[in-house]
Design a protein around this ligand. Structure first.
Ligand code: ADP
Ligand code: ZN
Length: 724
């Protein structure tokens, strides 16, 4: 018998399948989907078995050395899901499989001893022990140990020094028993469910009716309308039937609060999955799933691939989030994967959001998805009142950061001991540093972007490639001491608020939350009331549920409107509505102040009136006229290279090729990409607009094949990009 083994080949992750002989000792055990170790030239590598067959034409085959990990197998569903990803994102098959697994289980990883044990001591036999005690009455330390074991006490290996233990092991008196342990252990008492409101009940019942069918539901529920309770209620029903649930959330910081709620409700039935777990923790959580020890997984994007085999429900909370799309190879969208798995398991997929993506809402209105609505907050809670402040007027008064209105509201909340969120989607201290004497602006030498000043580390930093420069007072060009800085970042805002209000201010952005456990402790300090004001970037805009937050201030509501992307209106609406939704979620009423230089902007007015419907109609009309999604599909082809001329020449060639080969497809470009240079790589792009993927697929595959072997330029193909 022979096995075809798929391995990763070259830096571009090209698929390579090799045929090996299956040695007789593995013939009964080896299955398709297993990870095996095989000889390769003078070394050994590993790969997935993708086929087992009786015959081969190839001569002189080598034998498979061993199975790497017998309790893990890429099952039939995941094997075919990989093929779906390859088809739809045009990645290699091995790349698709690799992305489904935590690093410790990927091909190429040889280290596999992530398993953690408790090591206990155990007697080999009672009689021998008693003999030994009689024969050596003076070995007091050993006798103490043995007597404890005779009394059936549980003794960990590390309670005694290894000399004593090893001697007893050598004499075959005791042995070591290993017991698997998990690094994350949840031992909470399960709290009972809240009584659902009538709106929640209607939504829940709709889904419950079709738990044994594949349907896609879009739950459109305003912020604080109790979507999470709806999810939990459904999950309870699904796991009571012995099935499993995957629940995706868009950001790691968000998982903290939701996971706590899930632990309280479902205790040790929950595994978590996100990138800030350690490799060992990920290994363990993965094995909780393989071992059938959990029924629910809560996690970020890649958790959609967990190897549950009896899924009864898949939930994507905040389905509009762009984090669900991976922005490197394979460029998959978790929503698409959820739907594929929903079809396979014949179970519902529930998409939830206060601000659904236009694509999903359009599908719901066409009846492709079933629309469920929660239009009120729970109990007496109402949506916050939103005011828009004209910052042009404030500038004239000399208020560069905080308007008079926001100032008075902050003071009011501080005096009442209520909490305030101030949102600014820019990190660092200043975002632009220039020389007043010669006009020089500090830019990243590797990227097409200005450097940001970070005061806490006293560095200028590139937010794309991480390049840093120690802060200086003199201009590197004219050597004058004339540097000045503009642009407000969260770090400066934090400092300003601290000085102004003498309050307890914390900041939540990538810089303060990237350390493991840091966002969790920040959240706890908010919950315990140790914090008056929370300054944060978009990571605080979603999901947070703090009953004492009654004021949200948005420093620069226009910021995301100015991004040149056809989705900027939709995105701004989403961000601001979500951020506003943090205020007044329980008994205390909430209020929102949005500062803007364009106070009459339509999108901002829709946010103010919580008018998703008008936003939807307005944006859909533009999309229709300009032929953008959801009316057309988009694909971006990006040609990148360290060599400007190569990239520029190749993008013209690719453009010509597409022009000659595509019919009824709108081809835009070639142009430079919106970030023209990142990390010394020049980037050009071509945009395709089309009605059906089959119109372009063949040509894309051909182009992709041409560039696979080109070492000077790279072709990235991004189907359904989240930004252009
Ligand atoms: P969403 O996910 O839509 O933002 P949540 O599920 O977080 O809303 O609910 C908002 C708040 O209302 C939470 O504090 C939650 O505990 C509470 N809540 C939700 N449903 C109920 C209910 N049926 N009865 C009482 N409180 C509820
Ligand atoms: Zn850079």
């Amino acid at each position: 018998m022979y096995a075809e083994v798929l391995t990763e080949y070259s830096a571009k992750s090209i698929d390579k399948e090799f045929t090996y002989l299956i040695p007789s000792n593995l013939q009964n055990r080896l299955k398709v989907g297993m990870k095996v170790i095989v000889p390769f030239g003078k070394t050994t590598i590993n790969g997935f078995v993708v086929n087992i067959k009786d015959n081969t034409d190839t001569q002189n085959l080598k034998e498979i050395i061993d199975i790497q990990n017998e309790d893990f197998i890429l099952n039939e569903e995941l094997l075919s899901l990989g093929k779906y990803i390859k088809e739809n994102t045009l990645c290699s098959l091995i790349t698709a499989y690799q992305c489904m697994l935590p690093s410790s289980m990927k091909v190429k990883t040889i280290k596999s001893n992530y398993q953690k044990y408790h090591e206990y001591l155990e007697l080999v036999s009672k009689e021998n022990t008693l003999d030994y005690i009689n024969n050596y009455p003076r070995r007091t330390k050993q006798l103490e140990l043995l007597n404890r074991l005779l009394k059936s006490e549980i003794i960990l290996k590390n309670e005694y020094n290894s000399e004593i233990i090893n001697k007893l092991i050598d004499l075959n008196i005791i042995k070591i028993k290993k017991e698997n342990i998990y690094r994350i252990n949840i031992d909470k008492k399960e709290e009972s469910a809240l009584t659902l409101t009538s709106d929640q009940t209607i939504a829940v019942n709709e889904v419950k009716k079709s738990l044994n069918n594949h349907n896609i539901f879009l739950l459109h529920g305003i912020t604080g309308s109790g979507k999470t309770e709806v999810y939990m209620n459904l999950i309870e029903e699904v796991i009571s039937k012995g099935k499993e649930v995957i629940m995706l959330v868009p950001e790691i910081t968000l998982t903290n609060q939701i996971v706590e709620r899930f632990y309280k409700r479902f205790s040790s039935k929950v595994a978590i999955f996100h990138s800030s777990l350690s490799e060992g923790e990920k290994y363990d959580e993965y094995h909780k799933i393989l071992n059938g020890d959990v029924k629910i997984v809560v996690g970020t994007r890649s958790a959609i691939f967990v190897p549950f085999t009896n899924i009864g429900l898949i939930i994507l909370d905040e389905e509009q989030s762009t984090n669900y799309k991976q922005d490197n190879n394979p460029r998959y969208h978790a929503r698409d994967i959820a739907i594929q798995r929903g079809i396979y398991h014949n179970c519902p997929v529930l998409l939830g959001s206060a601000t659904p993506s236009l694509e999903s809402m359009a599908r719901a209105l066409k009846g492709v998805y079933k629309l469920l609505t929660l239009s009120k907050r729970i109990g007496k809670a109402t949506l916050p009142k939103i005011s828009i402040v004209n910052m042009q007027d404030e500038y004239r008064k000399g208020n560069m950061i905080i308007s008079d209105l926001l100032d008075s509201k902050i003071k009011d909340r501080l005096s009442k001991k209520e909490q305030v969120i101030i949102y600014l989607n820019r990190r660092g201290f200043n975002t632009i540093i220039t020389c007043k004497s010669c006009g020089y602006t500090f830019k990243c030498p590797h990227c097409d972007i200005t450097l940001t000043y970070h005061k806490s580390s006293n560095h200028l930093r590139c937010h794309y490639c991480g390049y840093t420069l120690v802060n200086t007072e003199v201009c590197p060009i004219c050597h004058e001491k004339a540097l000045t800085s503009y642009g407000l970042g969260t770090e400066k805002l934090e400092e300003e608020l601290k000085e102004r209000y003498q309050a307890n201010v914390i900041r939540m952005d990538i810089d303060t939350t990237s350390r493991k456990g840091s966002s969790k402790s920040l959240i706890e300090s908010i919950e315990q009331g140790k914090v008056d004001i929370i300054v944060g970037t978009q990571m605080i805009s979603k999901g947070f549920d703090f009953p004492n937050v009654t004021l949200v201030g948005v420093i620069n509501a226009d910021e995301s409107l100015n991004i040149p992307d056809f989705r900027s209106g939709e995105r701004t609406f989403e961000l601001l509505s979500q951020t506003a939704g943090r205020a007044g979620r329980k008994e205390l009423p909430g209020e929102v102040i949005m500062q803007s230089f364009n106070p009459d902007n339509k999108t901002l007015l829709y946010v103010q009136n919580n008018d998703y419907k008008s936003l939807f109609n307005y944006e859909m009309n533009i999309r229709k006229i300009l032929k953008y999604p959801p009316y057309y599909y988009l694909t971006i082809l990006r040609i990148t290279s360290k060599d400007y001329n190569e990239a520029s020449n190749e993008v013209s060639k690719a453009h010509k090729y597409l022009n000659n080969n595509l019919k009824d497809v709108i081809i835009l470009g070639p142009t430079t990409a919106s970030m023209f240079k990142i990390n010394n790589i020049y980037r050009f792009q071509i945009i395709l607009k089309y009605k059906d993927y089959s119109q372009i697929k063949k040509s894309l595959l051909e182009l992709d094949n041409i560039y696979k072997t080109n070492n000077k330029v790279n072709l990235e193909i991004d189907n359904n990009p989240t930004r252009i």
